[in-house]
Write a protein that binds this ligand. Structure first.
Ligand code: OSB
Ligand code: MG
Length: 383
């Protein structure tokens, strides 16, 4: 399978409802997509669900992802194929850009596109390629509201649609009251909070108040690049800590497990596996399996991905090693005014079922794909 051409597109996705986190409110997202073409005319597509600014992680859409693809990642594929022959496997692809430090999101888009090509060639759904063992599982929603009233309204929509697992965005000054209000209204729901690194080594003490509300976890309270201080505060909280932003690789995960184990608190460590934040699905699977062995719970996070990216993540959720419901759906129906697939993904009664459709199981709507954005550049690889 000789890779002949890589194109990078930038799409504009309009959220149906604004999404607020500790780091800002988003209305419209710009989204890089990688389109890989083989010499025999097959096409694979990968979404890069970075945000428009570096408020979540340093690697944002433009210039970071786009520049790194154009200057480093794609030229590495070219060099590899010229020197070592066709990139036909995920291992070869990863080897081609292994020299590049970080740039995990940029790499993940190319990897997703190659998985799409490999699955098409195999005529199989991704979940089968990945060794998935269950096709039906509970899914959850992430709620980003600015006020307690907004959060309760979104939670109400989600619960009315049958979701039984809610994640609420919190930040200093918007934590206890909002969590208490949601917990009062829904005493039995699986409830978790996400701080997106909004607390520091003094203000995290406010989170002790959340121990009263039977939360499943508190996600990334401290700095986006920290593991050590998270381990430190985990000793002083009853609610498990879940790492999101700090985990870029299996090695980061091993470091966290090492620290939590040392203090006998592995039952209070949870890992949010976001495939694009760990450079792709191969690394995500390695993390899921490692955590399963270590007795650390995991779930699949999201980045307000389009239905294309969500479909990849839902396929990954089939792994028996994944323990908890993920962020796969928006509380009030579709995430975007217009999405890039032909038919929306739907959960029934808070449960999603994977079918036997090839690759992602959903079909890209190329008309809409082209209408929603523009091609930034194409690099030919078959020189
Ligand atoms: O921290 O999980 C996060 C969205 C963008 C960036 C970071 C996060 C999120 C979400 C939304 O919480 C999850 C989803 O895609 O539904
Ligand atoms: Mg998070």
């Amino acid at each position: 399978m000789l890779l002949a051409e890589v194109s990078v597109h930038l799409l504009s996705l309009q959220l149906r409802a604004p999404f607020t986190t500790s780091f800002g409110t988003y209305h419209t997202l710009s989204r890089p997509f990688v389109v890989l073409r083989t010499a025999d005319g097959a096409t694979g597509v990968g979404e890069i669900p970075t945000l428009i600014d570096p408020a979540y992680k340093a690697e944002c859409d433009t210039p970071a992802v786009v520049t790194s693809l154009r200057e480093f990642v794609v030229p590495s594929l070219d060099r590899f194929q010229a020197e070592q022959g066709p990139i036909a496997t995920i291992e070869a692809l990863r080897a081609s850009y292994a020299w590049i430090k970080g740039e995990v999101f940029a790499k993940s888009g190319v990897e997703a596109a190659l998985w799409d090509l490999i699955a098409q060639r195999a005529g199989a759904p991704l979940w089968r390629l990945w060794g998935g063992e269950r096709t039906t599982f509970p899914v959850g929603v992430s709620i980003g509201g600015k006020t307690v009233e907004q959060v309760l309204a979104l939670a109400g929509q989600a619960v009315d649609q049958g979701y039984r697992r809610l994640k609420i965005k919190i930040w200093p000054g918007f934590d206890r009251a909002v969590i208490e209000a949601v917990r009062r209204r829904y005493p039995d729901i699986l409830l978790q909070a996400d701080a997106n690194s909004a607390y520091d080594r003094a203000s995290w003490q406010a989170l002790k108040a959340l121990d009263d509300f039977n939360l499943l976890l508190i996600e990334q309270p401290l700095y986006d690049d920290d593991i050590v201080f998270h381990a430190e505060i985990a000793r002083q909280l009853q609610t498990p800590i879940c790492l999101d932003e700090s985990i870029h690789s299996l090695r980061d995960t091993e470091a966290a497990v090492h620290l939590w184990r040392r203090q006998g608190a592995l039952d209070r460590l949870i890992i949010n596996i976001k495939p694009p934040r760990v450079s792709g699905f191969a690394e995500a699977i390695a993390i899921a399996n490692y955590c399963h062995e270590a007795g650390v719970r995991t779930w699949i996070g999201g980045m307000l991905d389009s239905a294309w990216g969500k479909a990849f993540n839902l396929n990954l959720n089939s792994l028996a090693a994944i323990d908890l419901p993920g962020d796969h759906f928006s509380p009030g129906g579709a995430y975007f005014e217009e999405d890039v697939v032909t038919a929306p993904l739907v959960a029934h009664d808070g449960t999603f079922t994977l079918g036997d459709g090839i690759s992602t199981g959903v079909t890209l709507d190329w008309d809409r794909f082209h209408r929603l954005g523009e091609k930034l550049f194409t690099i030919r690889l078959d020189r």
